[in-house]
Design a protein around this ligand. Structure first.
Ligand code: DGL
Length: 251
């Protein structure tokens, strides 16, 4: 049914950066956003744990009638997208991926950074992706503790800036592009931009994921003309989480 919601899922509030792109491109859709903040961060868990949590969230969203599922979490996509597709072969499932192709198209022999969680950086999916761009030099950059800071509403604090300065210090002035390979990171994009300077382009997969969602719904004849709505839910039973979620969506 066209009016059924699009289920959007992340380990926490990060996927709201993707929801923003979806709502901008497809304002007529009804969205059901689920952030699993009670279990965040996913990026430090075992692959099996991420798989189980992702399957549980997907099942919940399909049980609630989602006509499509957007996995707005690079970590969950890396660990579980193939399993989701196997389990729900008839469903529309879109998974966000780091925007490495965009970076490598712009800088085929360039110096590219990918900043992502430990799971995303170690999973095979990324290694397969990297094999497609043999001429680029790619730096894998972890940012331990960053997701937790964004989850606790401290994206714009001095401590977050210090954390980012430490993580990015070896790359200042060196990268053509930095791929933000975790959906939480667009919420600190301005700070990253200030640290790395104008010479480094910052790229994320949010807009590409929204376009892919539009294509899939169009093909299935499931685009909703509107009016649209957004419902936000979070596994942490804490009113602050929903407040933070609304604030991030509004920004
Ligand atoms: N937002 C998620 C991603 O895109 C991961 C954050 C986490 O570690 O839970 O990778």
């Amino acid at each position: 049914m066209k009016t059924a919601p699009i289920g959007v899922f992340d380990s926490g509030v990060g996927g709201i950066s993707v929801l923003r792109e979806l709502a901008a491109l497809l304002p007529g859709e009804n969205y059901l956003y689920f952030g699993d903040s009670a279990n965040a961060p996913y990026g430090e868990k075992t692959t099996e744990e991420v798989r189980q949590l992702t399957l549980r969230a997907a099942q919940m969203l399909f049980d609630r009638g989602a006509k499509a599922l957007v996995v707005a979490c690079n970590t969950a996509t890396s660990a579980a997208i193939h399993i989701l597709r196997e389990k729900y072969p008839e469903k529309i499932i879109i998974g966000i991926e780091p925007a490495l192709k965009v970076a490598a198209d712009r800088f085929p022999a360039g110096h590219i950074g990918i900043m992502a969680t430990a799971v995303t950086l170690r999973e095979e999916k990324l290694h397969h992706q990297l094999e497609r761009f043999p001429r680029a030099t790619v730096e894998k950059i972890g940012a331990p503790g960053l997701v937790e800071r964004i989850e606790s509403g401290k994206a714009d604090s001095k401590e977050t800036e210090e954390l980012l300065k430490n993580v990015l210090a070896p790359y200042v002035g060196k990268l053509d592009a930095l791929v933000l390979g975790c959906t939480h990171y667009p919420f600190v994009k301005d700070t990253i931009g200030r640290i790395l300077g104008d010479k480094t382009q910052l790229l994320d997969g949010g807009a590409g994921t929204a376009r892919q969602t539009k294509r899939c719904l169009e093909q299935a004849g499931l685009l909703n003309p509107g009016p649209g709505s957004v419902v936000m839910e979070n596994s942490l039973d804490d009113p602050h989480m929903l407040e933070l979620s609304r604030k991030l969506l509004g920004n």
